[in-house]
Design a protein around this ligand. Structure first.
Ligand code: GAL
Length: 941
C-alpha cells in the first residue's frame, strides 16, 4: 500500500512522498493509530512531540546487572530531566547462544530486565537485538559457532536463517510486552549498518525483510523498525526490506585519540542530505559520535575523552540541531568493559570510550554539557519544528538562522573553522518583534570562547512570558506558582544582554549585579556573567548564570505514581529547580514534603525552588532544614561526611603461585586434547597452507586463546612458519573478523609449515574447558580461555590451591618478583572489603607499566576475567573492578597471570587496588554483595 502524505506549506518542496513500507502497519503521524508515530520533524508519543535524546549503553558490558544498569539509566534520565529520555541498547546474540540451539537469557543477558529497569526509571528504549552489532566485540556479536557454518552470513542463506532466527524470535518476544505505552521500547532496530541488495551482493534485501517479518510475527507490532546506515538513500524507502525509520550514523571527530586537539570540520551538508534523502521522515541519527574506540597501543581513553570532550559535544551536536536532527543517539554514553573475551582483537579491555559517563560510572563535564543541550531541546517546542532560512559565514562566524512558524528565531553560531581556538567577538543582526537590529544593542559584544557554539534566541516564549532576544543561551524554563522561570547561561566573564519583551513593573536583581534599562518597551539586563544573577519582574524570573554554575542546576520533573505517566515528559509536567548536588536522581512531592534522591561528592549547598505548598525537604531519606537565602532559594548544607576507605595492600598479602605453561614440556600428555584432523573446513574459507585445518573455531573453541601442539618426526627442521589470523587477543593480530563482503574470516592458525623438514604429523588443539559445552553457564561462553589455570578452574572462587607454592614460604612466589625467563606463572591471593553501603567508591586494579619489560597479564576477580594487560604497548594500566563483580562487603579472590615473552623474564613492578572516585550515594546496592555466580565446587567440583 502506498499513500501520499499531505504536508504543510513549509514542506511543499519535499520531493519524495512518504511511503509506508510493505508489510508494516505504518507509523506516520496522522495516518496511524500507533502510540509511537513520527513526521518530518520528530517522533510523537501519544500525539505529543518527542525529541529523542538518547545515549548508547551495552548491558552485557556491565555483567554486575540491574544495580549498575539502574545507576546508569538514572544518571541518563537525571542528566536532562526530561529529555535524555532514551537509552539505546545493543543485545549480544553470541553471549546468549554459546552452543547452537541452547539459548540462555539469564542474569546479565536478560533482555526483559533491561526493559523492566528502564521502565522503572522512566527512560525510553531503542532496542537493537542484532543479529549483527559490531560494537568492537568478538565476531561482531555473533556466536563463535557461526564462524564455522557453511553459510554466508548476513544473507538469505537457509543455513544462516536457521542460525539467527531462534535468537531473534526470542528477542522479539521479550520486546513485545514492553512496547510503548506498556513499557519503554519505542523503536526496534532490525539490522546494523546494512544496505539493500546490489548486483554484486544479491540476497541482502530478502535477508532484511526476513528479519523484519520475524520481529513482526513475534509480537513487535506496535513500534517502528529502524536501520542504522552511514548514508540514508532515498531509493531505500520503497525497496523490499524497507524499514519504517531510517537513521544515519556519523563519527566526524574520528578516532585519533593521540591528537585530541586536531579536530576535523563539522559537516554542513546534513540539512541538504535530509532534503534530498528523506525529507518526510524525522531526521534521525541512530549513532552519532559520543566518544571513540581505542586500539591496543593507542592513546588511552583519557585522550579519547579530550578529543570528544564537552567542546566537541557543544560544537558538533549543535550543528546537528541546526540541521533539524531531532532524534539523536550518542554512541557511547556509557561504555563499560570488554570483560572476558568480549573484545574484538584490535581493542583492549576497557570500553570506556571517552564517553560522558566514564567506565567507573563517574560524571564528566561532557555529561553536564549534554544536560544543558537536552534541557534546551525539551523546553523549546518551537525549535523542534524550526526550519533553516539561511546558513553561512557572517564576518568570522558561521551562522545558521532558523525560524519557527510562531515567529521564534534561533541563531546557531560557531567559529567558521574548527582550527580556530582563540576567542572571536562578533555582533549579530536579528529579527525581533521590534524589527531587525544588531545585538548587543548597548555597546557590548558576543563572544565565542575558542571552540564554542551557541544557540541564541529571539521572540522566545516561556509560559506567558517572552524573551525579545538573549545573547545568553537558554537552558530551561518552567512555571512555578504562576511565575515563569527561565535559566540562561554563558561562560563566566562573558558579556550578556537579555531583553524581556515587557518592561512594566518593579525590577529586583539578586546575586551578581547586572545593569538594567528599558529599550523600545523591553527590559534589557546586561553585564558580565559570574555565579548567579536573579532578575524578577512581575510574574517572570530570569536566572542568568555562568556555565559552570549552570552545570549544578537540575530541573527534575516530579515523578508521578502511575506507570503510564512516567514517560509523559512534556514541559507542562510539574518540576522543581535544584541547585548544587553532583547528581539528582529523582524528585517527588509527598504530603507537602519534597523527597529527593541524589549523590554528592563534596559538602554541598543545596538550593531549592519548589511550589509554595512544599514545607519539608528530604535528601536520601533524611530531613534537611532549609532557610531562605540571599538569592531567594530555600537553602541548606548537605555535609559530605564520608572518608576514603582504607584498602588492602596487595603488596602485603600472601600470594600463591603455580606454573601455568606445563604444555611446553616435551613429555606433556596431550592425548586428551582435540586432534585437528579435518582436511576440509566446514566453512567456505580454507587453509592457506598446511594439510590439516587448524582454525580453532572448527573444533569448538571460540574464546580467543587456544593452545596448539604440533607433532613432527624429523630432526632437520630449522623452524616453523605460521600464519595467524584474527585470533590473538594477547599477541595483537590486527584483524578479527571482517564483514565487508559478508564474510567472517577464520580465526586461529591459517597456515603452517616446517622449514627444511617434512610436515607436522598431527596438530592437537586445546581451548576453554568443554568448548561449546562450557561448564560455567553464568559467566557464559566467552569468560574463560585455554590457559592451564583456566582449564583447571583456578580462577574460580573456592578453588583449592593444594600443591601451589606460597610467598609466605618462598619470597619469589610473587608477581612483584616474577619470572627470570620466558613462561607463564599464575598468582592467586584473596582480600576482604567492608565498605559502607552509602558510599559509591569504584575500585580498580592499577598496574605500573614498564614498557621495557615484555609481558602480558590476565586478571580474574571472583572468577570473572576483567582485564588483559600488555606491558609493552599498553595503553591500559587501570582496570576497573565493578561493584557486584567485586564484593565490597566480603571476601574476594584474585588471580593474575604473568606471561613473560622474552628471555629476560618479567615482573610486575606495581600492582595495587585503588579507588577512582568517592561519592556519597543513593544508588541501589547489591543484596548479597555480589551478583550471583557459581563457585569452583558448583561448576568444576
Ligand atoms: C559504528 C558501529 C558501532 C561501532 C562504532 C564504532 O559504525 O555501528 O557498532 O562499531 O561504529 O565504535
Amino acid at each position: 500500500m502506498r499513500f501520499l502524505q499531505v504536508l504543510g506549506a513549509a514542506l511543499a518542496q519535499a520531493a519524495i512522498a512518504y511511503v509506508v513500507p510493505q508489510g508494516s502497519p505504518g507509523f506516520y503521524h496522522g495516518n496511524s493509530s500507533s502510540s509511537v508515530t513520527f513526521d518530518a520533524h520528530t517522533l510523537f508519543l501519544d500525539n505529543k512531540r518527542l525529541v529523542v535524546f538518547s545515549g548508547e549503553m551495552h548491558p552485557w558490558r556491565s555483567p554486575s546487572g540491574v544495580p549498575t544498569w539502574r545507576d546508569v539509566f538514572q544518571k541518563l534520565k537525571a542528566s536532562s530531566h526530561p529529555w535524555f529520555n532514551a537509552v539505546s541498547v545493543y543485545h549480544r546474540w553470541g553471549s546468549s547462544e554459546g552452543k547452537q540451539g541452547e539459548l540462555d537469557f539469564e542474569q546479565w543477558r536478560n533482555h526483559s530486565m533491561v526493559y523492566q529497569t528502564a521502565k522503572e526509571v522512566g527512560i525510553l528504549v531503542i532496542s537493537r537485538p542484532g543479529p549483527y552489532i559490531n560494537a568492537e566485540t568478538s565476531a561482531g556479536g555473533y556466536p563463535g559457532w557461526t564462524t564455522s557454518l557453511n553459510a554466508t552470513t548476513r544473507l538469505n542463506d537457509t543455513l544462516w536463517t536457521e542460525a539467527w532466527q531462534p535468537y531473534i524470535e526470542a528477542s522479539a518476544r521479550f520486546i513485545a510486552p514492553f512496547q510503548y505505552p506498556d513499557g519503554p521500547v519505542v523503536v526496534v532496530q532490525a539490522e546494523n549498518e546494512y544496505g539493500p541488495s546490489s548486483p554484486q551482493n544479491p540476497g541482502r534485501s530478502e535477508y532484511m525483510q526476513t528479519i523484519e517479518d520475524t520481529l513482526r510475527s513475534n509480537g513487535v507490532d506496535r513500534v517502528p523498525l529502524q536501520v542504522c546506515l552511514p548514508h540514508v538513500n532515498s531509493a531505500l524507502l520503497t525497496r523490499l526490506g524497507a524499514v519504517d525509520l531510517y537513521t544515519w550514523d556519523a563519527y566526524p571527530g574520528r578516532y585519533d585519540c593521540s591528537h585530541p586537539d586536531a579536530w576535523h570540520e563539522v559537516i554542513t551538508n546534513y540539512s541538504a542530505w535530509h532534503q534530498h534523502d528523506d525529507p518526510d521522515l524525522v531526521w534521525a541519527t541512530g549513532e552519532f559520535q559520543g566518544g571513540s574506540l581505542d586500539p591496543w597501543g593507542g592513546a588511552g581513553y583519557d585522550g579519547c575523552y579530550l578529543l570528544l570532550n564537552e567542546q566537541f559535544a557543544n560544537v558538533f551536536y549543535k550543528n546537528n540541531y541546526a540541521s533539524q536532527v531531532m532524534y539523536q543517539n550518542l554512541y557511547m554514553v556509557y561504555g563499560g568493559t570488554n570483560w572476558g573475551n568480549l573484545a574484538t582483537t584490535g581493542v583492549y579491555t576497557s570500553y570506556d570510550y571517552g564517553a560522558a559517563i566514564r567506565e567507573d560510572r563517574t560524571l564528566t563535564p561532557k555529561y553536564s554539557e549534554l544536560k544543558l543541550q537536552a534541557l534546551f531541546l525539551h523546553a523549546s517546542l518551537d525549535f523542534q519544528v524550526a526550519t533553516a532560512l539561511s546558513a553561512g559565514i557572517i564576518g568570522n562566524v558561521y551562522v545558521t538562522v532558523m525560524e519557527a512558524e510562531s515567529g521564534a528565531g534561533f541563531y546557531v553560531v560557531r567559529q567558521m573553522m574548527n582550527n580556530i581556538t582563540t576567542s572571536t567577538d562578533f555582533t549579530l543582526t536579528v529579527n525581533t518583534t521590534n524589527g531587525s537590529f544588531t545585538i548587543p544593542q548597548l555597546g557590548g559584544i558576543i563572544t565565542l570562547a575558542g571552540r564554542e557554539s551557541k544557540i541564541l534566541v529571539t521572540n522566545y516564549s516561556f509560559g506567558t512570558s517572552n524573551l525579545e532576544y538573549s545573547t545568553a543561551e537558554v537552558m530551561t524554563w518552567f512555571t512555578l506558582d504562576d511565575t515563569d522561570h527561565i535559566v540562561l547561561y554563558a561562560p563566566e566573564g562573558q558579556y550578556v544582554e537579555v531583553a524581556l519583551a515587557s518592561a512594566a513593573g518593579t525590577v529586583d536583581i539578586l546575586g551578581t549585579p547586572l545593569n538594567q534599562t528599558v529599550l523600545d518597551g523591553s527590559l534589557v539586563v546586561s553585564g558580565s556573567l559570574s555565579g548567579i544573577s536573579r532578575v524578577s519582574v512581575n510574574n517572570t524570573t530570569l536566572f542568568i548564570v555562568d556555565k559552570v554554575t549552570a552545570y549544578s542546576f537540575w530541573n527534575p520533573r516530579l515523578l508521578r505514581s502511575t506507570d503510564a505517566s512516567i514517560y509523559d515528559l512534556a514541559p507542562d509536567v510539574p518540576s522543581v529547580l535544584i541547585v548544587g548536588p553532583y547528581l539528582v536522581r529523582n524528585a517527588t512531592i509527598e504530603d507537602g514534603t519534597l523527597v529527593l534522591f541524589g549523590d554528592i561528592n563534596t559538602t554541598t549547598t543545596l538550593r531549592i525552588l519548589a511550589p509554595s505548598d512544599v514545607s519539608q525537604f528530604k535528601w536520601n531519606d533524611k530531613e534537611v532544614r532549609l532557610e531562605l537565602d540571599e538569592l531567594g532559594f530555600l537553602s541548606g548544607s548537605l555535609p559530605f561526611d564520608i572518608e576514603a576507605p582504607h584498602l588492602p595492600r596487595l603488596g602485603h598479602t600472601t600470594w600463591l603461585c603455580v606454573d601455568s605453561l606445563p604444555e611446553i614440556r616435551p613429555d606433556f600428555d596431550d592425548s586428551e586434547w582435540v586432534t585437528a584432523n579435518e582436511t576440509v573446513a566446514r566453512r567456505p574459507e580454507q587453509m592457506w597452507y598446511g594439510k590439516y585445518v587448524t582454525f580453532a573455531d572448527e573444533y569448538g573453541f571460540h574464546q580467543g586463546n587456544s593452545l596448539y601442539r604440533g607433532h613432527f618426526q624429523g630432526n632437520t627442521a630449522r623452524g616453523v612458519n605460521i600464519s595467524m589470523q584474527g585470533y590473538a587477543p594477547l599477541l595483537l593480530v590486527p584483524h578479527d573478523l571482517t564483514f565487508s563482503s559478508c564474510v567472517v574470516f577464520p580465526r586461529g592458525i591459517r597456515g603452517y609449515s616446517l622449514l627444511d623438514d617434512d610436515d607436522f604429523e598431527t596438530w592437537k588443539i586445546q581451548g576453554n574447558l568443554g568448548g561449546e559445552d562450557f561448564p560455567d553457564k553464568v559467566r557464559g561462553p566467552l569468560n574463560e580461555g585455554g590457559l592451564w589455570v583456566e582449564r583447571i578452574g583456578a580462577h574460580l572462587p573456592g578453588f583449592f590451591t593444594a600443591g601451589w607454592n606460597s610467598s609466605a614460604i618462598e619470597a619469589t612466589c610473587s608477581p612483584y618478583v616474577g619470572l627470570d625467563g620466558p613462561g607463564i606463572v599464575a598468582y592467586r591471593t584473596s582480600f576482604t572489603l567492608d565498605l559502607p553501603t552509602n558510599i559509591d567508591v569504584p575500585l580498580a586494579l592499577n598496574f605500573t607499566r614498564t614498557p621495557t619489560s615484555h609481558y602480558l597479564s590476565m586478571i580474574y576477580i571472583n572468577g570473572w576475567q576483567f582485564g588483559r594487560f600488555n606491558s609493552l604497548i599498553g595503553p591500559q594500566t587501570l582496570f576497573p573492578l565493578p561493584q557486584g563483580i567485586l564484593n565490597h562487603n566480603g571476601e574476594n579472590e584474585l588471580l593474575i597471570t604473568l606471561w613473560a615473552l622474552s628471555t629476560m623474564g618479567a615482573a610486575i613492578e606495581g600492582l595495587e587496588l585503588v579507588a577512582t572516585s568517592l561519592v556519597s550515594t543513593s544508588k541501589e546496592g547489591f543484596t548479597h554483595g555480589v551478583t550471583t555466580s557459581p563457585t569452583f565446587q558448583e561448576v568444576r567440583g
